[in-house]
Design a protein around this ligand. Structure first.
Ligand code: HEM
Length: 226
């Protein structure tokens, strides 16, 4: 869903202190679907990667069960990412405001949002995460398919199998790096984000503090006024 569609379906739902629609029900279903399927594949993928992490496969039903479900659950994760792409790709396009924001990104990491220039529905850090996940999932999907159907690869092209293992690991590491930062920011650092992803609503104060341009559009239907 594009920013403008969200903004037009959003708005203050009553008095000025009532919530602003940040995520529709469908957006939340897709997001939590991505979270559950990603975590399953993380646990089982780690189990295949190292015997020290095999306990991960044990807790989800054993090695054979994990090996069976890993690619299928991976496909569901790919579908959730396709839905996110369809819903958010326009909101995730970098803008001139992002370039200004990126220059002082340090204040984002120290959670001093008041020192950052105003941002739209998603800030530059969120956009970076989205695109890292998007390109990461393309790498995981292509390399995963080669490993899933490796008997179909002719012997003369066996180099593809080795390449697929390397691409799978590198893509997984890219997404894991982004995922750790994402969960930390969404749950511990930026208070109010998790509530928005659960209930769908953000308070006007939160929206104003973290996504000023989006807030101005949603509430006043115009650009930010300094
Ligand atoms: C337990 C795991 C996860 C938690 C706790 C979590 C938490 C959150 C929260 C709180 C937000 C709202 C941020 C805001 O509106 O400011 C959010 C947004 C988002 N999440 Fe997750 N998430 C998780 C897993 C994932 C996974 C696996 C993906 C895979 C692509 C993902 C992709 C996104 C995207 C693209 C957004 C919108 C942009 C952003 O805020 O970064 N999340 N998440």
């Amino acid at each position: 869903m594009s920013a403008s569609r969200v903004v037009s379906s959003a708005g203050v739902t009553g008095g000025s202190n009532e919530g602003i629609l940040r995520y529709t029900l469908w957006e939340r279903i897709v997001h939590w679907g991505a979270a559950v399927t990603y975590i399953y594949n993380l646990i089982t993928g780690f189990a295949f990667w190292s015997p020290y992490l095999f306990w991960g496969a044990v807790i989800v039903g054993g090695g054979a069960t994990a090996r069976f479900w890993h690619p299928w659950v991976g496909l569901v994760f790919v579908v959730t990412l396709l839905c996110m792409y369809q819903m958010w790709r326009r909101d995730m396009a970098p803008t001139e405001a992002d370039r200004k924001w990126a220059r002082v990104m340090y204040f984002y990491m120290t959670n001093e949002d008041e020192k950052l220039p105003p941002t739209g529905r998603f800030n530059f850090g969120q956009k970076l995460f989205f695109w890292a996940m998007w390109y990461g999932v393309i790498g995981l999907l292509l390399s995963g398919m080669v490993m899933w159907f490796n008997e179909a690869i002719p012997w003369s092209l066996r180099g593809l199998r080795y390449l697929a293992v390397a691409v799978h690991v590198i893509s997984a590491l890219v997404t894991i790096g982004g995922f750790i930062v994402h969960v930390y920011m969404g749950t511990a650092l930026v208070r109010g984000s998790l509530t928005a992803m659960i209930s769908g609503e953000a308070s006007p104060q939160w929206a104003k503090g973290h996504h000023r341009l989006w807030y101005d559009e949603a509430v006043r239907g115009g650009p930010a006024k300094k």
